[in-house]
Write a protein that binds this ligand. Structure first.
Ligand SMILES: Nc1nc2c(ncn2[C@@H]2O[C@H](COP(=O)(O)OP(=O)(O)OP(=O)(O)O)[C@@H](O)[C@H]2O)c(=O)[nH]1
Ligand SMILES: [Mg+2]
Length: 175
């Protein structure tokens, strides 16, 4: 099971839709996720699918009820909203110290890059204290810069979701 987490309005639902290769433009609407949303994402040849559960940012106090059997977490922050970043960092830290999540792989997604300057990416990483975090934690964190509007970074994130180890494990489980 995969989880998609991040603060309210950080861009999780729209990111999931773009991973599903939905056409997205300025007119595409999302509604706040009050609860959970399930998204099924197929790999390119259609043989494998990943089921990703999005937990709305408003549910952060009860995210931990969903931490069993999680292998990968997509953690979404809104790069265009630096005011929210420190709060996003605190929430991320609360995940990293959870014993049940000590072996998960994390994709740290700097979302809404179409609204952000390149420099904001560096600011965001500094504010998240990623360099310091990496020394303290057991989880592997990979950073992605994405935009659901332009499609930037979406293919790279799909490759992370369907990495060779995950595909091998899926094949082994079906044999
Ligand atoms: N320009 C731009 N806007 C985005 C992008 N991703 C999301 N948005 C907008 O940001 C707002 C919030 O997006 P959602 O995907 O609903 O955010 P969320 O993280 O699912 O929010 P919750 O479910 O409430 O936790 C919406 O108005 C989206 O259209 C992006 O990559 N670029
Ligand atoms: Mg949502």
């Amino acid at each position: 099971m995969y989880l998609c987490l991040g603060p309210e309005r950080s861009g999780k639902t729209l990111l999931m839709k773009s991973l599903q290769r939905e056409d997205i433009d300025e007119a595409t609407q999302t509604v706040p996720t009050n609860g959970t949303n399930m998204f099924t994402i197929r790999n390119d040849d259609g043989h494998f699918e990943a089921v990703i559960r999005e937990l709305g940012g408003s549910m952060a106090p009860i995210w931990k009820h969903y931490f069993t059997r999680v292998r990968k977490i997509i953690y979404v922050v809104d790069t265009s909203n630096l005011c929210q970043i420190s709060a996003a960092g605190v929430l991320l830290y609360s995940l990293l110290v959870e014993p049940s999540l000590k072996n998960v792989k994390i994709a740290l997604v700097l979302a809404k890059m179409d609204l952000s300057y390149r420099q904001m990416r560096n600011e965001a990483l500094l504010m998240l204290q990623l360099t310091r975090l990496r020394k303290e934690i057991t989880q592997e964190i990979t950073v992605f810069e994405t935009s659901a509007m332009t499609g930037e970074g979406i293919e790279k994130l799909r490759q992370w979701i369907f990495d060779p180890d995950t595909i091998k494990a899926a094949i082994a489980a079906n044999m």
